[in-house]
Design a protein around this ligand. Structure first.
Ligand SMILES: Nc1nc2c(ncn2[C@@H]2O[C@H](COP(=O)(O)OP(=O)(O)OP(=O)(O)O)[C@@H](O)[C@H]2O)c(=O)[nH]1
Ligand SMILES: [Mg+2]
Length: 338
């Protein structure tokens, strides 16, 4: 199951109570107070971990509380601090406070940590209250409650390149050929039900992450089909590969192009403004070279790059990877060292 939005409740551990105690030893009359402080409660910490790709695990448990701090003890012993509770989230997870709607964190980097609910402070033991006026205080504080929050986790996958197209355009086949991802591929629409990430190796030390999302159909941006809810996963990419099937008779080629084009634009400015490479797919079984001309014209009119590939024969796949990489470097202002 692919879960990309969920709300959970988190609570820091309670602080341990302070101790009220007096030193009682043989030959030490009026030994004075010796109650130690309570330990602080543990924090609930979110940590981005690239081994996770969905928020699925949170589906089973919605309430998380970190460990409480130990109480203080006599002989001025401070209670042990409660252990932090670390919750792993996939990189790309946005964290919002449900009550205020405030964006608390964007967990972008692998390993990034964020304390989402701090543990309560430990209470002071009676030793802390000793003063010149009060040599034998009978006061010790209780530990404080940990912070409580209801938070919404929303995953927007982090990928460099997004793949968009009609169902059956060959998106999954492409990602399976250029990356290590092995998505399901079949000759019926909506084979891909959830986004898939693949790492494409560009050279020995360079790679880019590509996201394959479910097929878009007309009206996707208004909620038809599967596509719309997944478009957010290409919101953060720098580049979109817009795949157009050259072999199908189901649509005329201009229509095939414009359905996806309109859906991307309708989703919002962010996607509309993104650079695109139009990719004509399945050249091996394209009967009609007119289609290539038409699609080239459309791409050029819009200022997009155009390339024709076959994922079955492998034709032009290297060139596509190269082109996508160059575009990425351009967009991000990185100058490649050859
Ligand atoms: N001849 C030919 N067939 C291809 C090529 N690429 C993909 N196909 C076929 O097209 C069909 C659909 O491929 P998928 O990769 O599943 O398409 P998709 O775009 O991921 O489809 P959805 O996940 O349903 O949106 C499969 O039967 C593939 O074998 C190609 O380059 N040439
Ligand atoms: Mg697919």
């Amino acid at each position: 199951m692919f879960i990309d939005s969920i709300s959970i409740k988190v609570q820091g551990g309670r602080g341990g109570n302070g101790c009220m105690s007096f030193r009682r030893e043989k030959y030490v009359p009026l030994g004075g107070p010796d109650g130690g402080c309570g330990g602080a409660g543990g924090n609930v910490v979110l940590e981005a971990d690239e081994r996770y790709q969905t928020l699925h695990d949170f589906n089973y448990q919605r309430h998380y509380t970190a460990k409480r701090g130990q109480h203080g003890k006599s002989a001025n012993m401070t209670g042990r601090t409660g252990e932090d509770l670390v919750l792993k989230v996939p990189p790309g997870t946005l964290v919002r406070d449900v009550a205020t709607g405030e964006l608390l964190a964007d967990m972008v980097e692998n390993g990034q940590r964020f304390v989402v609910a701090a543990g309560g402070r430990g209470g002071r033991g009676n030793l802390c209250f000793q003063s010149a006026n009060n040599k034998a205080p009978r006061r010790a504080d209780d530990g404080q409650e940990g912070e409580y929050r209801e938070i919404e986790l929303e995953l927007k996958l982090l990928a460099d390149v997004g793949i968009a197209g009609l169902p059956n355009a060959g998106k999954s086949t492409l990602i399976s050929r250029i990356s290590s991802a092995r998505p399901k591929i079949a000759d019926y629409p909506f084979t891909t039900l959830v986004p898939q990430l693949g790492v494409v190796k560009v050279s020995d030390y360079q790679s880019m992450v590509v996201a394959d999302i479910p097929g878009l159909i007309r009206g996707a941006s208004e909620g038809v089909g599967l596509g719309h809810q997944f478009l957010k996963h290409i919101e953060r990419t720098s580049l979109i590969l817009h795949l157009v099937d050259l072999a199908t008779d189901e649509y005329d080629i201009e229509e095939a192009y414009s359905i996806v084009d309109e859906e991307l634009r309708a989703y919002g400015d962010e996607l509309a403004r993104k650079h695109r490479i139009v990719v004509g797919t399945k050249t091996d079984s394209c009967q009609d070279s007119d289609r290539l001309q038409k699609i080239r014209k459309l791409a050029e009119e819009n200022g997009f790059d155009i390339i024709f590939i076959s994922s079955i024969t492998g034709d032009n796949l290297d060139a596509l990877v190269r082109l996508a990489w160059e575009k990425l470097c351009d967009i991000r202002g990185i100058h490649e060292v050859q």
